[in-house]
Design a protein around this ligand. Structure first.
Ligand SMILES: NC(=O)c1ccc[n+]([C@@H]2O[C@H](COP(=O)([O-])OP(=O)(O)OC[C@H]3O[C@@H](n4cnc5c(N)ncnc54)[C@H](O)[C@@H]3O)[C@@H](O)[C@H]2O)c1
Length: 265
């Protein structure tokens, strides 16, 4: 789906990849509704974008179903329609093994990453189906197809996002709505801090390896929407691990396990 003149809802639009998605979608001629749980981040992105009424901002927690239910009316009142949703908002967990992780963290990580994505998708899908052309991009993770020790709950939520999105793709094949899954590798954002995941120097999905810039990640995702790609691998690490997992699954798991030993937990 070409983004020019389309209305795109972007969750987690205040920081990291979401912020870059907002700025670049605007540059591609889209109208954007940016959603975030942090008002100050929304204010920042609005001031950077300086896009007038082509950008609206919406304070919302995607895990709160009642709040999500109000959003289509808000977005349509401002922009007149909604053509595309990008479910990008997400949080990681503290680097703790399953045996040690608290149920409060389990619930939060599943609620935001999986239920949040389901809430947004179910709420906006009826509106997308009414448009001449629509698109859903869900952001999963490299951690959604290969396990990262210490991030197993996050990985389970992101694997859920992946399967949910694959199911949506199949269900919507004969409709006007295209579906994409993004699988980023390690991206240079503040996700560890923003998620309240502790104070570690290594990044969440990459164990301290070289990271891709959020602007490059956003470009890859928006190109993926415009080319109607099903799978969008974001970064050479995600591409490589996807390949390795298929040709040598056990070896691939051990390889990541070794990398993750660098992260104290
Ligand atoms: N950074 C990485 O290495 C990496 C790798 C793979 C996948 N991802 C995924 O990419 C997405 C974006 O991550 P990022 O690195 O840009 O993170 P980030 O922390 O920089 O940005 C995430 C944004 O989502 C917002 N947010 C968090 N919880 C929310 C909620 N409940 N409701 C609404 N907004 C909420 C945050 O306030 C923040 O603005 C996430 O889904 C993440 O899991 C990140």
């Amino acid at each position: 789906m070409k983004l020019q003149e389309k209305v795109v809802v972007i969750t987690g639009g205040g920081n990291g990849m979401g912020r870059e998605l907002v700025l670049q979608a605007l540059k591609r001629g889209a109208r954007v509704a940016a959603l975030d749980i942090r008002q100050e981040s929304l204010d920042e992105v609005a001031s950077i974008a300086n896009a007038g009424d082509r950008l609206s901002t919406h304070l919302a927690n995607i895990a709160e179903r009642d709040r999500v239910a109000e959003l289509p009316d808000e977005v349509i009142a401002h922009h007149g329609a909604v053509d595309c949703i990008i479910n990008n908002a997400g949080i990681i967990q503290p680097f703790v093994d399953v045996s040690e992780v608290g149920f409060d963290i389990v619930d939060r990580v599943i609620n935001v990453n999986l239920h949040g994505t389901i809430n947004m998708t179910k709420t906006f899908l009826p509106h997308l189906l009414k448009r001449p052309e629509g698109h859903v991009l869900n952001v999963s993770s490299m951690g959604g197809f290969i396990p990262f020790p210490g991030q197993s709950i996050y990985g389970a939520a992101k694997a859920g996002v992946k399967l949910l999105t694959e199911g949506l793709y199949a269900e919507l094949l004969e409709t006007n709505v295209g579906v994409s899954i993004a699988m980023p590798g390690a991206i240079g954002t503040d996700i560890v801090k923003n998620s309240g995941a502790g104070d570690i120097s290594a990044d969440a999905d990459g164990g301290g390896h070289k990271t891709l810039a959020p602007a490059d990640a956003a470009k890859i995702m928006l190109d993926g929407i415009e080319r109607n790609r099903f799978y969008i691998y974001v970064g050479s690490d995600a591409k490589f691990m996807s390949f390795l997992r298929r040709i040598a699954p056990q070896w691939a798991v051990r390889f990541i396990q070794k990398q993750m030993k660098n992260i104290a937990r």
